[in-house]
Ligand binder design. Structure first.
Ligand code: SF4
Length: 415
């Protein structure tokens, strides 16, 4: 995997060393090893997920943005929307003079009239809709030079194109108002029909539509109020051949379950046909980083711990999914920085359902405390280290970090 040149302030020497030790110990099995890492400081033990933190697409986008800033000191530089869903990284870019054109839902901060052909517009890792790409081209802006769309998102677009050309309807498992889903939808819509489905509940409604005697009427009843399909989409015609792709940060297990469910529904309907005549296999379009992070978290959750801390931006879909998985098992605190840990007995954390920060009791009074820790794909390791250090500060007689890392190395390298 390529090593990106990202600012040192996002890196953590401790986390980098932990990841390096794990990588060396796993050898060739590196990407298939999802076992957690134990960092035993004595009175407190941290268990980190095997894979967490910046993914390929995020590092690529950050490296490119900083290069563009360095190479163009006299130009106006805009970002289409947030670079990634991390407030620290976005604020750093704004502090360097970058302006965001719109918010994450596509509402404008800056009028398009203000943007001139000599300006630079960076396309974020989520990509852009075809409409925005065309608008920028019409303005004479060289988008290819400043496009940080993740190659794994582009892979979804390419597959959507080929599905559309073969008359499959592209079912996108994603959140309708997420910028990546809007971009994928618009790219897919250029080549055929597309439909956004947010979860298994909606998939079951779609199955009812597929099996209905009057699919158009039932589709209207279930989905009529939503803007989730391409113009001219008719359930009676366009659900006979389907391929499922996703917003790359959704739960990959849910995407797989949705795809299997639709395949089974179509299999019962078209018993006389071969599978490929009604369903396209798209499993290889799932993002490796999302799958690895979620699989690592599932293994982490096998450990009996007092609580979990998940670090990341509150708008980050992939981080929110990690929180969801943790909440099924143990008390979980979703924070975007170490400053949210107010005291040993108080943490200010984000409630993903009410979308508010709330205050809770934090570290229990125990002789030994076990903490699970992970972070989203847009969260710098430096912030995770700050969280670890903040928690450590509440304990006496903790082991020195060098000793903890040496113990980890000795244990893993001699196995
Ligand atoms: S989560 Fe996956 S698709 Fe999204 S930016 Fe990261 S590597 Fe790319």
């Amino acid at each position: 995997m390529r090593k990106f040149d990202i600012p040192n302030k996002y890196e953590s020497s401790i986390i980098s060393e932990v990841k390096q030790i794990r990588k060396l110990a796993s050898g060739k099995e590196h990407r298939k090893d999802f076992t957690p890492t134990e960092l035993d400081f004595g009175p407190v033990r941290f268990y980190t997920a095997r894979h967490f933190g910046f993914c390929f697409g995020v590092e690529n986008a950050i490296e490119t943005a900083y290069r563009i800033i360095a190479e163009n000191p006299n130009k106006k530089i805009y970002l289409l929307s947030e670079m990634i869903h991390n407030p620290t990284v976005n604020q750093d870019l704004q502090d360097l003079g970058i302006q965001f054109i719109q918010d994450t839902k596509g509402n404008p901060y800056i009028s398009w009239e203000k943007i001139k052909s000599e300006d630079i517009v960076i396309i974020p890792a989520f990509g852009a809709t075809r409409e925005i790409e065309e608008l920028l081209k019409t303005k004479g802006i060289a988008i290819e030079k400043y496009d940080t769309t993740c190659p794994f998102v582009e892979r979804v677009w390419k597959r959507s194109k080929s599905l559309g050309e073969k008359k499959y309807t592209v079912v996108i498992h994603g959140k309708i108002d997420h910028e990546e889903t809007r971009a994928t939808f618009s790219h897919a819509a250029e080549h055929g029909h597309a439909l956004v489905i947010q979860n298994m509940e909606e998939t079951k409604l779609l199955a009812e539509v597929i099996n209905s005697e009057d699919p158009d009427e039932l589709f209207e009843k279930h989905f009529g109020a939503m803007k989730n399909r391409t113009p001219g989409f008719k359930a009676s015609q366009h659900l006979a051949k389907v391929g499922v792709v996703n917003q790359t940060t959704m739960l990959s297990t849910e995407t797989r379950a949705i795809a299997e469910f639709i395949k089974d529904v179509l299999a019962s309907k078209y018993v006389e046909l071969e599978t490929k005549q009604y369903f396209a296999d798209t499993r290889d379009t799932l993002c490796y980083a999302t799958s690895d992070n979620q699989a690592s978290l599932r293994e982490l959750l096998e450990i009996k711990a007092d609580f979990a801390v998940v670090v990341g931006g509150y708008k980050s879909a992939n981080t929110t999914h990690l929180v969801e998985l943790c909440e099924e098992k143990l008390p979980t605190y979703f924070i975007n920085g170490a400053d949210k840990i107010i005291a040993k007995n108080e943490i200010l954390h984000f409630n993903r359902l009410t979308k508010e920060e709330i205050s809770s009791q934090f570290i229990p009074q125990k002789e030994k405390v076990n903490v699970l820790i992970s972070s989203g794909a847009s969260c710098p390791d430096a912030i995770v280290e700050q969280v670890i250090q903040r928690i450590l500060s509440f304990f006496d007689n903790t082991k020195d970090i060098d000793i903890v890392l040496k113990n980890l190395k000795d244990e893993l390298m001699t196995e």
